[in-house]
Design a protein around this ligand. Structure first.
Ligand code: MN
Length: 439
């Protein structure tokens, strides 16, 4: 199988003539994530983040500086969605990356032309990077599953299927938005355990879920499962994903068919697709399964995937309340976690999803499920942090939270790192809670 390889684009010595890229926490020249943006007054088009600038791929596409596979990749990435780019052959993605990296590197002879393709990112608006045909959310963060399971079943937190198959549900693609879009507090039915009847009202238990998003590249035909050793080739890149969740609505509605209106009112993603190629240096072995855990069925198992199927990505959640923002306080970090807490690899998610013949398409989006650490320092939801809303947590200014209040701003960030390489980040995944709209 051909997973993206480390090449000269990952060279830690490579620096960009875009000065802000050098030492940039998210977007050094070793990252080059793709997104869709519009400059002031312009139409949406493909772009690449480099430092605090965005390189306009629609302008690049008019130049003669690209040929062959790089030209194919560029033409597929220059328009208002990246679906064609995601669904293209992986070597077109790699070739475009290599060409852009060379053009942006210190000493590039064509710098003067490339400079005319740059916009300051803070003057641009970001859009969804692709038309998302379908969105599926998994539950692969085992400590989240354990933490939440313990709230309801202290002695038996994991249901019997958890270690045999990646649990998931079909989410709603229509309400996925990019970072910055307001998150309107949903209304819905809830029923307290001791109440006689449900009420319809704004959610009082609005929560976050810290997840990675997986962008599907090439799809599969209906009826043709993706084998575990081929699954990596279908993953085009990653983003951050906040699966906003109304816990009170969820508790009342979820049986017997699972999450519905408690989840599908909004999902926020970070706008940049950090490509599988950019992530090549940050692939690590999947943590070894404890001896007492069942071996997965053969269709989910690959030594190669176990050896390289995980990612060295650290994750962070911060909050800024209205009072904190008024005073100009820095956002408060409430959790620091790691993608190593996923029980299933991303390849296993893809393979399981298609194992019944279900077809995936370029630009489909998967969520990993909430990623939490075993202890409370890195939990990816308020549900866990407050033990089901029982124990409010304190912010540095003395405010407390059990769940989100109107005006709160939540930010997710992530960073991939590995010894000997320049770390890369994902950019912001931000949402601000807006009051319910009552009819
Ligand atoms: Mn979720």
């Amino acid at each position: 199988m051909m997973r993206p390889q480390i090449d000269e684009t990952h060279d830690p010595e490579r620096r960009s003539w875009v000065e802000s890229a050098n030492g940039h926490g998210d977007f050094p020249i070793q990252n080059l994530p793709l997104g869709v943006f519009s400059p002031l007054g312009g139409q949406p088009r493909g772009g690449v983040a480099i430092g605090d600038q965005i390189l306009d791929l629609s302008l690049a596409a008019r130049s003669s500086l690209f040929e062959g596979a790089a030209r194919d990749g560029l033409d597929a990435a220059a328009g208002r969605t990246l679906n064609a780019f995601l669904g293209g052959a992986p070597d077109t993605r790699r070739a475009l990356r290599q060409r852009l990296s060379a053009l942006l590197a210190v000493g590039a002879p064509d710098r003067a032309e490339v400079e005319t393709w740059l916009y300051p990112a803070d003057r641009c608006q970001m859009h969804l990077p692709a038309r998302i045909g379908d969105y599926t959310d998994f539950y692969a963060g085992i400590h989240h599953a354990l933490n939440v399971g313990r709230l309801f079943r202290p002695d038996n937190p994991l249901l019997p299927n958890y270690k045999h198959l990646p649990i998931g549900y079909h989410g709603r693609a229509s309400s996925v938005r990019v970072s910055g879009a307001p998150v309107v507090r949903p209304q819905g039915q809830r029923k307290a355990p001791d109440a006689e009847a449900p009420v319809f009202a704004p959610s009082q238990r609005l929560d976050i879920e810290l997840e990675l998003g997986v962008w599907i590249g090439q799809g599969n035909a209906l009826g043709q499962p993706i084998a575990i050793d081929a699954a990596d080739c279908h993953i085009a890149g990653l983003c951050l994903l906040n699966d906003w969740s109304a816990r009170d609505l969820q508790a009342w509605e979820y049986q017997p068919l699972g999450p519905f209106l408690a989840k599908n009112f909004m999902t926020t993603i970070s706008p940049w697709i950090v490509t599988a190629e950019a992530l090549a240096p940050f692939r690590i072995a999947q943590p070894t399964r404890p001896d007492q855990d069942p071996a997965p069925l053969p269709y989910l198992w690959s030594q190669d995937d176990q050896g390289h199927g995980a990612y060295a990505i650290d994750l962070e959640v911060s909050i800024a309340t209205p009072a904190m923002r008024t005073r100009g306080d820095a956002p408060f970090t409430i959790a620091q976690g790691s993608a190593s807490n996923l029980y299933w690899t991303l390849a296993q998610l893809v393979t399981h999803h298609t194992s019944n013949g279900c077809d995936l398409h370029p630009g489909d989006l998967l969520g990993t499920g909430t990623i939490s650490t075993p202890d409370e320092r890195g939990v990816g939801s308020f549900l866990e942090l407050t033990q089901g809303g029982q124990k409010p947590f304190a912010l540095p200014d003395g405010e407390t939270r059990t769940f989100l209040q109107d005006g709160d701003v939540v930010r997710l960030n992530a960073r991939a790192s590995a010894a000997g390489f320049v770390g890369i980040g994902f950019g912001d995944c931000i949402g601000r809670i807006a009051p319910s709209v009552t009819a």
